[in-house]
Design a protein around this ligand. Structure first.
Ligand SMILES: C[S@@+](CC[C@H](N)C(=O)[O-])C[C@H]1O[C@@H](n2cnc3c(N)ncnc32)[C@H](O)[C@@H]1O
Length: 388
């Protein structure tokens, strides 16, 4: 068997065993050829494997997809006549074939020294903003091969969605993106999934100068997160032990509080307003305080409040409405929306608030809050007590 046949056999084997990672064809035989290189990967289209050929020209790339059999034939043809060097990467081997003068081929086979993934992009798969980098492996979202762990699909979607939302806000508010450095604090950072993801996205994908701090009650999580930040070289990401209500956050441009329990969300909002943060983002968690302090008999909604679950839901809506109104009163353009489908998490409400310098009708908003509290029998709202 000649050297080219060895390569072809390896190609068919790795296609059959689904261990094909990629193939590059370089050094065109015709030096004036428009296509300088071809990069071939495997992709899934309508549930079937296809080869995806990227034809690299000097100023553009053209992508074409072929069925496995047609693509394999085309690869062989291109190696035989159009390109002098082929590099085939499988999950186990790296094979280089070089065409020599005459019709001879030189072949070198190396064992892969590091793990190579046979990635299959999927036509139905939505593009994600997250690069699948080491921190996701350390956090247990991805396995060592870079695939999403079985029970972490929802987490991965949630992290992506969250980064997507912040990306959208930054695009629509260029003054935020110009902050240098952008100082971010994440209140109740927990295991740090979202903290790491946002830092990675801003710093490594957008090239933003970011200083980011996570504040968290549980010291073991602080140690773990600081360890991971060091391991993955996130030099301006720090985790500090502390309580949201007592932390001194200093100067902050962006304040985040995702799923901080009950009134911890209010404390976080109050800190953000006091620090004059340009952007406040929170996703409330459990809502206990307003529910506990509903004056049921006085309320127009006493018929609703006799049913526990309806009372709970109503209290949640009022709690977050008043939070949004207080943010508006403090000069923030405020938005409330569901940030991910309920199928992925029940805690899916997000409040975003962007500081503006327009006029605010404080009295009107205060009257709105008073009216709302009366109508719904809200005895007290914790945020009113800690804000300003
Ligand atoms: C449900 S977890 C959310 C973690 C993270 N923000 C996320 O969305 O993945 C809430 C975290 O907030 C922390 N936490 C709750 N109350 C806090 C407080 N008052 N001060 C600081 N951290 C608090 C908890 O220890 C927990 O780790």
């Amino acid at each position: 068997m000649d050297q080219l046949e060895v390569l072809i056999k390896e190609l068919y084997t790795c296609v059959r065993e689904d261990s094909f990672a990629r193939l590059t064809l370089s050094k065109p035989s015709d030096k004036t050829a428009e296509v300088k290189k071809v990069i071939i990967r495997m992709t899934i289209i309508k549930d079937k494997r296809h080869f995806s050929f990227v034809y690299r020209h000097s100023t553009k790339d053209i992508t074409k997809n072929y069925g496995v059999s047609e693509g394999s034939d085309l690869i062989v043809q291109l190696i035989q006549s159009d390109f002098e060097i082929a590099n085939l990467f499988t999950t186990e081997k790296h094979i280089v074939v070089e065409r020599l003068p005459g019709k001879n081929f030189k072949l070198k086979v190396q064992k892969q020294k590091t793990e190579v993934e046979a990635t299959r992009s999927h036509d139905k798969q939505k593009k994600t903003l997250l690069s699948k980098t080491d921190y996701l492996v350390h956090l247990g979202v991805l396995n060592k091969k870079g695939n999403i762990q079985k029970d972490k699909g929802d987490k991965f979607k949630q992290i992506n969605k969250y980064v997507e939302i912040i990306d959208g806000i930054l695009r629509n508010n260029p003054s935020l993106a110009k902050l240098d450095p952008m100082q971010i604090v994440d209140m109740g950072s927990g295991k740090g999934y979202l903290t790491f993801a946002l830092y990675d996205y801003l710093k490594n994908k957008l090239g933003q100068n970011v200083i980011m701090r996570g504040i968290e009650l549980r010291p073991n999580l602080i140690d773990i997160c600081n360890g991971i930040a060091q391991d993955v070289g996130f030099e301006q990401l720090f985790f500090e032990e502390g309580s949201i209500e007592q932390s001194d956050i200093g100067e902050v441009d962006v304040l985040i509080a995702l799923h901080a329990c009950d009134t911890a969300t209010d404390d976080a909002i109050a800190k953000g307003i006091a620090a004059n943060a340009k952007l406040i983002i929170c996703s409330p968690c459990c809502h206990k305080q307003v529910r506990k302090d509903l004056i049921e008999d006085n309320s127009e909604l006493s018929s609703v409040y006799q049913f526990g679950i309806l009372k709970e839901r109503q209290a949640e809506i009022i709690t977050d409405t008043i939070r949004a109104l207080i943010l508006k009163k403090a000069g923030y353009k405020t938005n409330v929306f569901e940030f991910i489908s309920t199928e992925h998490t029940g805690k899916n409400l997000m409040i975003t608030a962007i500081k503006h310098d327009g006029k605010v009708d404080v009295e009107k908003i205060e009257a709105e809050i008073v009216r709302l509290k009366k109508q719904f029998g809200v005895g007290r709202h914790y945020l009113e007590e800690v804000v300003f």
